[in-house]
Design a protein around this ligand. Structure first.
Ligand code: GDP
Ligand code: MG
Length: 662
């Protein structure tokens, strides 16, 4: 318990960046005192101010979107506002983002404590020509005092302090609006039970609502047996009802939304539509891949011609220098074919990343999570989990790291388990190569279907783990939806350049080394250098494993070599294939030389191979990241085995179905 110090405590509570600290500093001047909350590292600040002969102790809390206890900020702030010492809560609201801020306001109002709203950033509102109905707004919010201020211009501060002092005795009813009949019925029953057991509890309604949301902390602090009433978590309904009410408030109280916001609303009416949202997402992704393929492949064609020419030049040069045959093989068929082969995919990769960058920078990507929330929640994951998954289209490593945004370790693991199924850019060359070789004008469609399949399997996995999991995960969706904006050329350039740099680095390191290793593995056998890869060590080993892949139509030792090598980086599957099958001597195309060895290798096999590559164990970098982020070797190994098993099952399925039609 803090000592009272002859003043009364006022907590500033609000979303991140609503201007709490600015307001706090504007009021307290330099009399700041920084204090730590016990047990956590998040800082809260305390300062004092005297006004109308009263001493106020102001507390600046960490910004939050909701009064749950998932994040440290939420815990700290929630404990602070629940503290009986806090006599008045000042809800700092960013008036220029009213809609996003009111969700927290509704939760605070349910506490039933004295609340004053500091409607901050009024200067922005005026500048944008927006108007807020300051008569209707408090009417819709339990008649709390609402004081327009501008922390930055130090306007309205005295009125705010005056309101705080005069409002400290006020009681707020705690009922801002009514939930559905079913919920209200449960809430009033719970309130009765609570009142009987804890007569002094000050926030019975809030507490009852939290019980319905299956909030662990309230049930631990004030244990009551309510299992008959709370038969499941009603948190989604409660959240949705709050959002519904926020919309109502906005409709009645906010005028002349800025043109930007109005435009955002219009676009969102389509893109985040409950029915059309998901199809829109799929269409947008389809367009991205169509572009990646058509335009990308066209440019890739030139690079391939250049690569062939370059191989020829280097080959002739080495012959001229009397280089040993094996060295010539290593350089021309190993390194140049391997690394160069990967580099020819650069146009596809660049186009993919430009498209992803535009989608991200324009503000669409955060909508995808929102759109997917409906589906995700049925699968027991929050829409938030879809954000890391979308990142997975680029690269799985940052995607796995992004699972940090999820609340519980369990949600994180489940997301980590499914994120590698999202087709990362390294798998793009595999699709481009094989769909191009075997599917002609349907190549783009086939590749796109790999992306869709990846998403479906990720969702299916989430669904099954949810079924198996008796203790259901929590799912609260609170994603900030930024306004749409014209993508910034600079940030796209930076984003794309970073990715291209990563890709080039990977080509220069991992893929460079892998192509040397693969070449040696294929050219050295029990008898030293071998003439034919068939006699190499790699072939002996791989031939041993190959029959296992018969159900998938992939029982070829070359495929086994490629898949193993591909664990270093998935592009290496392509590298290995080019190293294995490139036959410059007979001037055969890759397709011809594959079919020269395996005449029956056709579309069904290629499809199966793509599916396998999509799903099996991700690259080493991803595995290491999963290990680091999950802090569990057991989980990491489980994930790897699970992914290989999934890959096997689905490519066998796809192969056997495809064989009937192709
Ligand atoms: P906090 O996260 O709630 O503590 O927010 P800060 O106090 O750090 O403020 C976030 C940003 O909003 C800062 O860049 C402030 O300068 C700005 N800001 C705060 N109050 C106002 C205001 O009244 N008007 C304007 N225009 N900007 C403000
Ligand atoms: Mg702050």
């Amino acid at each position: 318990m803090r000592e009272h110090a002859n003043g009364f405590h006022v907590a500033f509570v609000g979303n991140p960046n609503c201007g709490k600290t600015t307001l706090f500093n504007a009021i307290t001047g330099s009399k700041l005192k920084v204090a730590n909350w016990p047990g956590v590292t998040v800082e809260k600040k305390e300062g004092t101010v005297e006004f109308e002969n009263e001493k106020l102790i102001l507390i600046d809390t960490p910004g939050i979107y909701s009064l749950s206890t998932y994040t440290i900020e939420e815990k700290v702030t929630r404990n602070c506002v629940l503290d009986d010492d806090i006599e008045v809560i000042v809800n700092v609201v960013d008036a220029s983002n009213l809609e996003r801020n009111l969700y927290l306001t509704l939760q605070l109002l349910e506490l039933g404590k004295p609340i004053v709203m500091a409607l901050n950033m009024m200067d922005v509102i005026e500048e944008r020509g927006m108007e807020i109905d300051l008569h209707r707004l408090p009417e819709m919010l339990c008649d709390i005092p609402i004081v327009p201020v501008s922390a930055i211009k130090k306007r309205g501060l005295d009125i705010l302090l005056h309101a705080i002092i005069h409002h400290k005795e006020a009681v707020t009813l705690g009922q801002v609006f009514s939930y559905s009949e079913e919920l209200e019925d449960k809430i009033s029953k719970l309130e009765v039970i609570m009142a009987a057991k804890y007569p002094n509890h000050s926030s019975a309604r809030w507490h009852s609502i939290k019980l319905l949301e299956d909030d662990e902390e309230v049930s631990e602090e004030h244990p009551v047996d309510v299992s008959r009433i709370v038969d499941r978590s009603y948190s989604r309904q409660i959240i949705q009802a709050k959002y519904g009410y926020v919309e109502e408030v906005i409709r009645e109280c906010l005028f002349n939304k800025s043109s930007k916001e109005a435009r955002t609303d219009k676009i969102d009416a389509v893109l985040t539509h409950p029915l059309f949202g998901v199809p829109c997402f799929l269409i947008i992704m389809a367009l991205v891949f169509l572009l990646t393929f058509t335009l990308g492949d066209w440019i890739k064609g030139f690079l391939e011609i250049f690569l062939e020419w370059f191989q020829g030049v280097v080959g002739n040069l080495l012959t001229f220098l009397n280089a040993a045959e094996w060295l010539k093989g290593l350089i021309v068929d190993g390194i140049i074919a391997g690394v160069g082969g990967i580099l020819t995919f650069l146009p596809n990769i660049i186009i993919l990343f430009i498209a992803l960058a535009i989608l991200e920078d324009s503000g669409y990507m955060s909508r995808v999570a929102y759109v997917m929330d409906g589906i995700m929640s049925k699968l027991g994951l929050s829409g938030k989990a879809f954000l890391p998954m979308v990142l997975g289209f680029g690269c799985t490593v940052p995607a796995v790291m992004a699972t940090r945004a999820l609340e519980t370790p369990k949600d994180r693991r489940r997301t980590m388990l499914v994120t590698p199924f999202m087709s990362c850019s390294a798998r793009l060359p595999i699709y481009v190569l094989f769909s191009g070789l075997f599917f002609g004008k349907f190549a783009a469609l086939v590749s796109f279907s790999m992306y869709v399949l990846g998403i479906l399997i990720a969702l299916l996995t989430a669904f099954i783990t949810n079924l198996l999991d008796r203790e259901k995960g929590k799912n609260n969706l609170l994603i900030e939806l930024p306004e749409y904006k014209r993508p910034n050329l600079r940030s796209i350039r930076v984003y794309v350049w970073n990715k291209v740099k990563d890709y080039l680095t990977k080509a220069g390191t991992t893929i460079f080394i892998a192509s040397i290793v693969v070449w040696f593995a294929l050219n050295i056998g029990p008898k030293g250098f071998v003439n034919e890869p068939v006699e190499s060590f790699a072939a002996y080993l791989a031939r041993f494993i190959a029959p296992v892949l018969k159900p998938c139509g992939l029982n070829m030792w070359e495929v086994v070599v490629a898949l193993f090598a591909g664990v270093s980086a998935k592009e290496v599957v392509v590298t290995s294939f080019t190293v294995l099958f490139s036959d410059a001597v007979n001037n055969m195309s890759l397709l011809e030389s594959i079919q020269a060895v395996y005449p029956s290798f056709g579309g069904a096999n290629a499809l199966s191979l793509m599916v396998f590559c999509l799903l099996y164990t991700p690259c080493l970098a991803t595995i290491a990241t999963i290990k680091k982020e999950s802090e569990s070797l057991k989980f990491t190994i489980f994930a790897m085995i699970f992914q290989v098993a999934t890959a096997f099952a689905f490519s066998a399925l796809v192969y056997n179905i495809a064989r009937l039609y192709i």
